[in-house]
Design a protein around this ligand. Sequence first.
Ligand code: COA
Length: 166
Amino acid sequence: MEIRLKELSIYDSTEIFAMIKEIGPGENGFINEGYRISYSEFRSYLEGNFELSKGTNLSSRYVPQTIYWLYVDYRPVGMGKLRHSLNDSLKKVGGHIGYAIRPSERGKGYGNIILRELLKRAKEKGIDKVFITCIESNIPSRKIIEINNGKLQDIFHGICRYWIYV
Ligand SMILES: CC(C)(COP(=O)(O)OP(=O)(O)OC[C@H]1O[C@@H](n2cnc3c(N)ncnc32)[C@H](O)[C@@H]1OP(=O)(O)O)[C@@H](O)C(=O)NCCC(=O)NCCS
């Protein structure tokens, strides 16, 4: 199995657009901002996210964030977000990392893989203590976090808050 976590690029193609559409608006606190865009807006979606990853034109409510695509055997199967730091809001809920696997590829272990790969990227960015939050009832995601050495800090209004030391 060939695994690759690829950073978003302004040259990403229609296969990424199709995956974003399949992932839908988001679930369990994961928001997929790309879901509502049309294909004519795809390029500006990519450019906006590329700028966000570099921290340019950042609104005061945002921290720099990089989007990654998980490829398995050259097919995109999921997306992840890595926030480079935490603001007050992300320190409560949201954390450093969010991820989603496209519905047609769920239940194959790719959730475990995408978090493992995102943690490597966090380490490369100098984040050695990763904060991740997850809705209490989201059993697959809790398993993914715990398999990746997540230590439960607490459950805050139905949200599990974990730390992973990378
Ligand atoms: C959560 C999500 C990423 C899981 O992706 P996935 O590729 O299906 O996950 P995996 O196949 O790696 O499975 C992860 C674990 O959950 C278990 N699992 C998968 N589906 C399950 C289900 N419906 N019920 C219970 N456990 C389940 C798997 O058995 C596995 O545990 P194991 O390693 O002990 O066997 C995916 O469902 C998703 O994208 N959901 C919407 C977005 C989301 O919730 N993101 C997380 C926000 S914190």
